[in-house]
Write a protein that binds this ligand. Structure first.
Ligand code: NAD
Length: 298
């Protein structure tokens, strides 16, 4: 059993902290939002009213916050509040520059640190089946692995500091592009008189096979558990996909990598969000593709 401070108890952090409690750890939690704090308290988290109180007496601090600016703001404060040697882990999805800065803040204080973004969404957070992509030193990773195992199923050490964020941004760029590709194929199939089921039956066992098709099919019917069957309620909201695609494009710009489809996918998700669908599941972008086909626009 260890003592853990958990900061950011939202849609993801709340259930992750609850799973640490279930695994027998003592968890002190903090969030700016009162309802998140109350829910965490009901799940066995000892709720605190300040960052300093939250980290007091803990060996490990985990953050699960919206974006890089929140992580830097919280880590800047918490390095002053923890003793050297406290393990700092950030599970948020953030830009590469902020990830590097967070590691640097920890190193300056003499604290080991890991970036450990996740995939698997709110369902995976609740079920304890998240995938963790971890960046940081091998021995620090090995020491923290049991904590990740209390919250996830697949725990992958991706390399040195920030490698977890790099893997996350690349994976989600694939996902964003793939979902648009699958949506385009269904819309074209409709125009060619193909049923959704026929296209699914062929592509799911052919070279077009991918997760966006076989697990998360963007049309209702072939995969009963996909958000398309429940009016595109997320799931994974389009605004979160847009956030991740923007992170991929910032990284591409920084490194000079050529990502033309990542850039196009970013623009299409921006348009989808601008049209008011940011809170719908990201697979709903097929409806925008279909609507724009019908109106003759791009
Ligand atoms: P969320 O908005 O539900 O939760 C973030 C929480 O952080 C909020 O409760 C907010 O009050 C709190 N917070 C913000 N600033 C704070 C501060 N200074 N101190 C304490 N608390 C603070 O977001 P989420 O869906 O839980 O996502 C968290 C992170 O996980 C994001 O980086 C997101 O990109 C990533 N992520 C989300 C999903 C998903 O499906 N929701 C999937 C994978 C990764």
């Amino acid at each position: 059993m260890s003592s853990i401070a958990f900061i950011g108890l939202g849609h993801m952090g709340g259930p992750m902290a609850a799973n640490l409690v279930k695994a027998g750890h003592r968890v002190q939690g903090f969030d700016l939002a009162a309802p998140s704090l109350e829910l965490a308290r009901q799940n066995g988290v000892q709720t605190c009213s300040s960052l300093a109180e939250t980290v007091s007496g803990t060996e490990t601090v985990i953050t699960m916050l919206p974006a890089g600016k929140h992580v830097i703001s919280v880590w800047s404060e918490l390095v002053d509040a923890v003793p050297a040697g406290t393990l700092l882990i950030d599970c948020s999805t953030i830009d590469m520059e902020s990830a590097r800065k967070a590691h640097a803040l920890a190193a300056a204080k003499g604290c080991p640190s890991l970036d450990a973004p996740v995939s698997g969404g709110t369902g995976g957070a609740a079920a304890g089946t998240l995938t963790f992509m971890v960046g940081g030193e091998e021995d620090v990773f090995a020491g923290a692995k049991p904590l990740f195992e209390a919250m996830g199923k697949k725990i992958i050490h991706c390399g040195a500091a920030s490698a977890g964020q790099a893997a996350k941004v690349c994976n989600n760029m694939i996902l964003g592009i793939n979902m648009i590709a699958v949506g385009e194929a269904f819309v074209l199939g409709e125009r060619l008189g193909l049923t959704h089921q026929a296209l699914f039956d062929v592509a799911s066992v052919s070279s077009g096979q991918c997760w966006s098709l076989t697990t998360y099919c963007p049309v209702p019917g072939p995969v009963p558990t996909s958000p398309a069957n429940r009016a595109y309620e997320p799931g994974f909201a389009a605004e979160l996909m847009l956030k991740d695609l923007k992170l991929s494009q910032a990284a591409a710009e920084e490194t000079g990598a050529m990502t033309p489809l990542g850039a196009k996918a970013t623009r299409l998700y921006q348009l989808f969000a601008d049209e008011g669908f940011g809170t719908k599941d990201f697979s709903g972008i097929i409806n925008m593709l279909r609507d724009k086909s019908e109106s003759g626009a791009e």
